[in-house]
Design a binder for this molecule. Structure first.
Ligand code: SF4
Length: 268
C-alpha cells in the first residue's frame, strides 16, 4: 500500500474526557480554519506541535487499544482540513474494527462532513456564539464578518447532517466578555428548532472557560475561569429551553448532567 500520512499533534490511547460517559482513543489533528482567541489547543490548531505519521501506523495503535475503549475520537484543530487522511483512517476503522468513530468539528465543512457521517456514531460540534449575532460569532472565532457570514450557514448545515448521527453532542464555552448567560440562552433558542427535528440522542454541554497555558492570547491566559456555580446556573436555564439532556462541564465538578429537565407542562 502506498504510504499515506496524517498530521497530528499527538494521541492518547485511553481518554476519559472526550466523549461523555465513554472512553476513547483520541487523536489531535493539526490545523484549523478558525482562530478563536481563547482556543486551548492553539499549538495543535496552528501546527506548532506537529508530527507527520503514516496512517497505517496510527491505525495499528488504535487496533491495539480497541478492546479497551468505546470510541476512536478525532479532534483538533479542525480534522476536516485533512480530508483524505481523515476519510482513510475512519474507513479503515469502520471496515475492520468493532469500534465506532467519533468526530469533533467546528461544523465549517458540511460537504466533506456529509461524506464521512455514515461512518461515525458520535459527533461533537461547538456553537461559539448565537447565529443571530454574526459580530459575536466573528469575535469568538477570531474571523472577520465576511468569513463568518460565509461559515454560519455551513455550520447550520452541519447541525442538520448531525441529526442522523446516533449520539450528537453540542457544546458552548462561556468565553469571558463574549459568551455569558444572555448569549448562551440565545444559542439555546437558536438550537431549539434543530433539536426538535432530532430522533436520536442529542445533548448540549455548557462548558466553563479555563485559562489553560496553551491559549495563544495573553489576555485569555490571564483571565479567571468561569465560576463553576455560574456554569451550573446557566445550564439549568438552558434546560428550561431545550428538551434534550443538558450537561455542565467544570474543572471543579467534572462533566455532570443537569438536574433540571425540560418540562413539557410549562411549554404547552
Ligand atoms: S475551532 Fe476549535 S481548534 Fe479551531 S481555533 Fe477554535 S477552539 Fe481552536
Amino acid at each position: 500500500m502506498r504510504d499515506e500520512y496524517i498530521y497530528v499533534a499527538g494521541w492518547k490511547d485511553l481518554s476519559l474526557v472526550d466523549v461523555i460517559e465513554a472512553t476513547s482513543f483520541t487523536v489531535w489533528m493539526n490545523f484549523c480554519n478558525f482562530n478563536c482567541p481563547w482556543c486551548s489547543n492553539a499549538h495543535v490548531a496552528k501546527g506548532l506541535e506537529k508530527k507527520k505519521i503514516r496512517i497505517i501506523e496510527l491505525y495499528e495503535k488504535v487496533r491495539e487499544a480497541s478492546d479497551f475503549i468505546d470510541y476512536f475520537h478525532v479532534t483538533g484543530g479542525e480534522p476536516t482540513l485533512q480530508p483524505k487522511a481523515l476519510y482513510k483512517i475512519f474507513k479503515m476503522i469502520y471496515d475492520n474494527l468493532d469500534l465506532p468513530n467519533s468526530l469533533d468539528t467546528n461544523g465549517s465543512n458540511p460537504e466533506y462532513y456529509s461524506k464521512v457521517v455514515n461512518m461515525i456514531k458520535h459527533v461533537a460540534i461547538d456553537i461559539k456564539a448565537p447565529f443571530s449575532k454574526p459580530q459575536l460569532y466573528a469575535k469568538s472565532t477570531g474571523l472577520n464578518i465576511r468569513a463568518i457570514n460565509f461559515f454560519i450557514p455551513r455550520i447550520k448545515k452541519s447541525l442538520d447532517i448531525s441529526l442522523d448521527v446516533d449520539f450528537f453532542e453540542l457544546r458552548t464555552t462561556l468565553v469571558p466578555n463574549i459568551i455569558g448567560e444572555e448569549e448562551t440562552l440565545m444559542i439555546a433558542r437558536d438550537l431549539l428548532p434543530i433539536v426538535n427535528r432530532g430522533k436520536k440522542r442529542i445533548v448540549f454541554v455548557i462548558q466553563q472557560f479555563i485559562p489553560y497555558s496553551n491559549i495563544a492570547s495573553e489576555e485569555y491566559r490571564n483571565t479567571s475561569r468561569t465560576p463553576p456555580d455560574l456554569v451550573i446556573d446557566i445550564a439549568k436555564k438552558v434546560a428550561e429551553i431545550l428538551p434534550i439532556e443538558i450537561y455542565h462541564r467544570t474543572l471543579e465538578y467534572g462533566t455532570k448532567k443537569c438536574k433540571v429537565t425540560f418540562s413539557k407542562v410549562r411549554h404547552t
